[in-house]
Design a protein around this ligand. Structure first.
Ligand SMILES: Cc1cc2nc3c(=O)[nH]c(=O)nc-3n(C[C@H](O)[C@H](O)[C@H](O)COP(=O)(O)O)c2cc1C
Length: 184
């Protein structure tokens, strides 16, 4: 079902980024083509080397290399993808996406994307329940983005509540169901 599907995966600065290598591995096993983009902050949570190795492609973080002028086209990538998945989506990136701020490469690709976009928020429960975060998620949903709601459970902070990134196996199923539905 996912064979040959082009998936841009955007990773932001959330502790839940540790789950993404597993999801990428599952997607690659299904023969999907993966392009990972990270926010600069996401590098603190999972290494580009791990993600590049598992996705079999260099990870993109910056829009251009100031040493040699090489630049990555956010427009081309936005058009290349069959689907874009932003997971985990931090409260900060959700706020920027909801208001059209594009001050890093991942956000420029999001704004330029022509394909369906799945967004999986992940954060501590109080950040998640904050009115601003809830309003940003509603706004993003109203734009046609598909929200993968975070789960309730134990959080990295030790607290318990909503904010856990959906499990990789479940995100895989969501993407499979999406392409199945598209086909029929
Ligand atoms: C240990 C640690 C864990 C964090 N986890 C989260 C998280 O799960 N969700 C979130 O929204 N922010 C989290 N943050 C805060 C973000 O990393 C911070 O807001 C950052 O600026 C996000 O940048 P980005 O959206 O550009 O990736 C965490 C910060 C630290 C230090």
């Amino acid at each position: 079902m996912l064979k040959g599907k082009k998936i841009v995966i955007g990773i932001t600065g959330s502790i839940a980024a540790y789950k993404m290598p597993l999801l990428i591995r599952l997607l690659v096993k299904e023969e999907a083509e993966i392009q990972v983009i990270m926010t600069p902050s996401a590098r603190d949570f999972v290494t580009p080397l791990t993600l590049a190795t598992l996705s079999q492609r260099p990870v993109l973080i910056d829009g251009f290399d100031s040493d040699n002028g090489h630049w990555n086209s956010h427009v081309e990538l936005g058009r290349w993808a069959d689907v874009m998945l932003i997971a985990p989506a931090s409260a900060n990136s959700l706020a920027k996406m909801a208001s059209g701020i594009a001050d890093n490469f991942l956000l420029t690709v999001y704004l330029a994307a022509k394909c369906p976009v799945f967004i999986a928020p992940a954060m501590d429960l109080d950040m998640f329940h904050h009115k601003t975060t809830q309003s940003n998620i509603e706004t993003l949903h109203s734009f046609g983005n598909k929200i993968i709601a975070p789960k309730e459970g134990e959080l990295a902070s030790g607290l318990c509540g909503a904010g856990r990134l959906e499990e990789p196996e479940e995100i895989l199923l969501i993407l499979k169901r999406f392409f199945e539905k598209k086909k029929s």
